[in-house]
Design a protein around this ligand. Sequence first.
Ligand SMILES: [Zn+2]
Length: 308
Amino acid sequence: MFSKKRTNESTDSYLTKLTAIKEKIGQADAVVIGAGAGLSTAAGFTYSGERFDRYFSDFAANYHFSDMYSGGFYHYDTLEEYWAYWSRYIYVNRYMDAPTDLYDRLLALVKDKDYFVLTTNVDHCFQKAGFDKSRLFYTQGDYGLFQCSKPCHRGTYDNEETVKKMVVSQGYCIEEGELTVPEGTQIRCTVPTELVPRCPRCGRPMSMNLRADNTFVQDAGWDAAAKRYEKFMEDHRGQNVVFLELGVGYNTPGIIKYNFWKYAYNWRNAFYVCINKGDAYVPKEIENKTVGVDADLAEVIEKTSSLT
Ligand SMILES: [Zn+2]
């Protein structure tokens, strides 16, 4: 349905675009944020390099992988090793604060508007930054929830306490949210068997509540968030709505990107903003009501929010 057009950075000045974004948000009846992996990467949640080395160098040496994604796909021999890896992963990516204040700046940009957030991210950064929980729809799950791995029922379970216990059992201390290694402690890549989380109904191992395959549990919280999103869109049908797409790639474009294009196309007063480094495509059919910014997200949000 839509053709693609690469934004022309040479004819539209960067600052003009940011000013337009700020103005459009200011005038909007509502703002719908669509956030993908690029937003959390821009906030400092990187899955390789320094962050990986700091928390997973022992796993890297033992199992020969060099980033957190690969570690997530590794087939560990035992559940005890599997959960040693995943508890650390969940702790640093879900329970620790984002390394930068990007999400706080984003909140400042929309907090006085009627807003809603649709995201494929599962790291809960929006909630941690203070976005209104009733205005968030995490479509792909949450690192902070366990579910039965079969699943034998549609329940999900808050995992904060269990994850912290598993991390501490490997030798870490948790100090002001950070993981520290007490002097002389050898960190272990395993957890005690009794800490391996199991389904309270059938006793099978738990798994993360992530849409990785067809075992994903859409619990009552998921359904309620989906309904709130639907109602928000219904309530604002045809209004002056800004669709603010941040760091969304082409892994699951049907959830945010293609929907935003359709709304921008069908709603006369809608406006579409796409901010993504290296991939800020703008469909020709909506180019007169779109701003595409091919630049670093953190810088764009910082500059835009500080414009007067
Ligand atoms: Zn079960």
